[in-house]
Write a protein that binds this ligand. Structure first.
Ligand code: SF4
Length: 161
């Protein structure tokens, strides 16, 4: 996987790298609490501010999969709006995907602007916030999440008796 990554354009982003694994906090709507995000990579070239999120995957992604996952990057764009404005550049979003199969492949998938992206994102965050403020918490066990969960000792899904 590392060889595939190092040999791909993902390892040689255009322009200047401005941030790697950067924690960003900001407001997306006055009715909602601040949102905290960890942005994988931001780089700026002559034309754009590029915001990239890296994923590992069993199989290749396609445009439909990138569009399905786009809300995360749309959130990052909102939070990085001030940086883009100060540089006077538009933001370009994209996923860097590394496949974990026998012959790993590194892909870059741009996320095109779509009508309603921001509204859908705000709708998702509003639903989450409404569930949190209503105390609507329930366990949702999965091998991937539970193995590293810091709340496991208090979790009803793992309580004894
Ligand atoms: S152990 Fe953690 S991740 Fe797993 S169901 Fe409970 S709260 Fe969720």
């Amino acid at each position: 996987m590392l060889e595939a990554f190092v040999g791909s354009p993902l390892a040689k982003p255009s322009g200047r790298i401005l941030a790697i694994e950067e924690t960003v906090c900001g407001t997306v709507d006055d009715d909602l609490p601040d949102v905290l995000a960890r942005v994988d990579m931001v780089h700026a070239d002559r034309d754009c501010l590029h915001v990239v999120d890296f994923k590992t995957s069993r199989s290749r992604w396609n445009e439909a999969k990138a569009a399905e996952a786009a809300e995360q990057l749309v959130l990052y764009r909102n939070l990085l709006g001030g940086m883009a404005r100060s540089l006077g550049k538009p933001v370009r979003l994209g996923f860097g995907v590394l496949t974990k199969a026998k012959n790993p492949v590194a892909q870059y998938l741009p996320v095109p602007d779509q009508a309603g992206h921001v509204e859908r994102l705000l709708g998702t965050i509003r639903q989450l916030w409404a569930a949190i403020t209503a105390g609507n918490f329930y366990p949702n066990p999965s091998p991937m999440n539970c193995s590293t969960c810091g709340y496991k000792s208090n979790c009803p899904a793992f309580s004894q008796g």
